[in-house]
Design a protein around this ligand. Structure first.
Ligand SMILES: NC(=O)c1ccc[n+]([C@@H]2O[C@H](COP(=O)([O-])OP(=O)(O)OC[C@H]3O[C@@H](n4cnc5c(N)ncnc54)[C@H](O)[C@@H]3O)[C@@H](O)[C@H]2O)c1
Length: 410
């Protein structure tokens, strides 16, 4: 069932349809997405109202307790049974990567709109199967989107607009680093993120997928070649029954080239001592530059010749901000997921294809595969496999059109 209905319990007027949501997975992303579904109706009154129908996990007590805490009507342990429910229209998948393709394909086949956490899949083959499933579903009015939530950071959405408006001139160079340190301790235990069969890759797929998507989003360009290196600094970690081999990378580096001739450096690590969630982006063009740090996500520094302007991206005419607080009342990392939910609901309500699409997610997967292929050949330059053109329309913003002014505000 794909149509939304007006919920007699939650309806706040005949014009606001409701959309029943199920989230699969209730740990880190399950919590962040639950928070988004719980709050999106309050901040975005013009999109269909999300109703938190059911939270899904494997441990019945754990998922029941989480469902209660995060505001869900019910909990369940069998995601397949949830796909058969008529009161669920959106399935939001927050599980490890090896389950993405199976659950998403089944959900789309069952007529459910799908929000799928990044990276889209663990392999290019899985990603392509998902693109085909999404295309078939789209012909039936069923929407799908990948959870690259950093597209919903207002400062990065504004950066994309500034670049598109030519404020930096021709973009030539980008520096992109996404550094964390939660694996720096060699005695940190094994986890699914360290097993190739579950995670696909390590820091590359986990953090590098965000970086690659952000590069293609910011520049509205396609990465066409890659030269990469991967390292696993701690090859064995304590497992449940003794030492276990780590089968993914701890860190990755790449030089990437785009179809319009820009060159980007990518650096990702989960062992960068002191960096907690440090996504840093710098874009250099022929007439200006901009820089961004995720740990100061309300700020964008733009330099078009006079020494740099720090923009506090909290004005109501900045992307997404019309839905939020008065200027200077800053947003947090969790709010990007609210913006993401609003974008998806807006598209569902209007029958539009959301962005980033599964094709966009597959385009990221091809770049990751090229980096891995290059690393396997000691960094030889590898051409990124061409796929069907990924469509990345401007991120739909339900609020008023955002401004790109760099002038000081009164
Ligand atoms: N957008 C972001 O910034 C961001 C951040 C972290 C993780 N992620 C992505 O989110 C996804 C999940 O990561 P996480 O950090 O939440 O992992 P996690 O380990 O914290 O949670 C995974 C959840 O999946 C559940 N699960 C596993 N197998 C299941 C099954 N068969 N049926 C039902 N539930 C099952 C687990 O019980 C757990 O609740 C991954 O794809 C990851 O790459 C995205």
């Amino acid at each position: 069932m794909t149509e939304s209905a007006t919920d007699p319990v939650h309806a706040d007027g005949p014009a606001r349809p409701t959309v029943g949501v199920a989230v699969i997975g209730y740990s880190f992303m399950g919590k962040a997405h639950s928070n988004a579904w719980r709050n999106v109706a309050a901040f975005y009154p013009d999109v269909p109202r999300a109703v938190q129908r059911v939270l899904v996990g494997r441990d019945p007590d754990g998922v029941r307790e989480a469902a209660d805490r995060y505001g869900w009507q019910e909990s369940a342990t069998d995601w397949r049974a949830v796909l058969e429910r008529d009161d669920v229209q959106v399935v939001d998948i927050c599980t490890p990567g090896h389950l993405h393709a199976e659950i998403a394909e089944a959900a789309l086949a069952a007529g459910k709109h799908v929000l799928l956490e990044k990276p889209l899949a663990n392999t290019v083959a899985e990603a392509e199967a998902l693109v085909a499933a999404a295309r078939a579903a789209s012909a039936r009015g069923v929407q799908s989107m990948v959870g690259f939530n950093y597209r919903r950071v207002p400062a990065l959405a504004l950066a994309r607009e500034l670049i598109a408006a030519g404020r930096l001139g021709e973009v030539r160079e980008v520096r992109a680093a996404y550094l964390q340190d939660w694996l720096v301790d060699a005695s940190a235990p094994m986890a699914w993120r360290l097993r190739k069969e579950e995670a696909g890759s390590g820091a590359l797929g986990d953090l590098g997928s965000h970086v690659v998507d952000q590069l293609q989003f910011l520049l509205d360009d396609t990465i066409t070649w890659a030269s990469g290196h991967l390292r696993t600094f701690v090859p064995t970690r304590p497992g449940a029954s003794g030492p276990e081999d780590v089968t993914v990378d701890d860190a990755a580096w790449a030089t990437l080239g785009t179809s319009r001739g820009a060159v980007a450096s990518l650096e990702v690590s989960r062992m960068a001592h002191g960096r907690k969630n440090g996504l840093a982006l710098e874009v250099f063009g022929s007439q200006g530059s901009l820089s961004f740090q995720l740990e100061a996500l309300n700020e964008l520094v733009v330099d078009t010749g006079a020494g740099g302007t720090r923009i506090l991206v909290t004005e109501s005419d900045h992307p997404y901000l019309d839905a939020w607080w008065p200027p200077g009342h800053v947003l947090g990392w969790d709010d990007t997921f609210v913006n993401q939910a609003a974008d998806l609901l807006s598209c569902i309500g209007e029958g539009r294809a959301p962005s980033p699409s599964f094709a966009d997610g597959a385009a990221v997967q091809r770049v990751l595969a090229a980096i891995e292929a290059s690393a396997a050949q000691s960094g030889t330059c590898v051409t990124v496999e061409a796929g069907p053109k990924a469509s990345t329309p401007p991120v739909p913003v339900p609020a008023a059109a955002p401004a790109v002014s760099l002038e000081p505000r009164p």
